[in-house]
Design a protein around this ligand. Structure first.
Ligand code: DQA
Length: 144
């Protein structure tokens, strides 16, 4: 299987950004960890980060035909983006939504995900380990 690790706005600053909330691990570290995890299980992984909604939509559309599962931390677009929801709904690829922080312990506006209803599942509040858990779930998924 080939997975796509997709990260949205401000996640390029992982490790430097609000480390009390998001931890000290950088995005590069996460990408390396998840890639190793996937390759150890016979898969391959691509990764992409964008601060732009349109870049993320393009990446989801371009995944058609080659990607078997998407690990997606949409950042703040989780709570706002109908366009990203439509993009996920438009492709026949299982998407797991990942949040490093426990969004339910935070501000009210982070409690709602516009994307969760079109994702196969959601991993929240387990730190950067959540990305690897999402990869495991997608690799083990049957029928893809
Ligand atoms: C986040 C949670 C979002 O509410 C926030 O806007 C982020 C990161 C997380 O990983 O915990 O950018 O998706």
């Amino acid at each position: 299987k080939q997975l796509l690790l997709l990260n949205g706005p401000n996640l390029n600053l992982l490790g430097k950004r609000e480390p009390d909330i998001y931890g000290a691990t950088t995005l590069k570290d996460v990408e390396q960890e998840v890639r190793t995890f996937v390759e150890d299980r016979g898969g391959t992984m691509k990764s992409y980060q964008s601060n732009h909604e349109g870049g993320l939509i393009d990446a989801i559309q371009e995944a058609r035909g080659t990607i078997d599962g998407i690990i997606f931390n949409p950042g703040a677009y989780t709570h706002t983006s109908i366009a990203l929801r439509d993009a996920i709904a438009s492709v026949d690829i299982p998407v797991v939504e990942v949040h490093i922080s426990n969004v339910h312990q935070r501000e009210e506006f982070r409690h709602t995900s516009l994307l969760a209803p079109v994702c196969v599942g959601q991993i929240v509040g387990l730190g950067t380990a959540g990305y690897q858990l999402a990869a495991q779930a997608l690799l083990e998924r049957k029928g893809e």
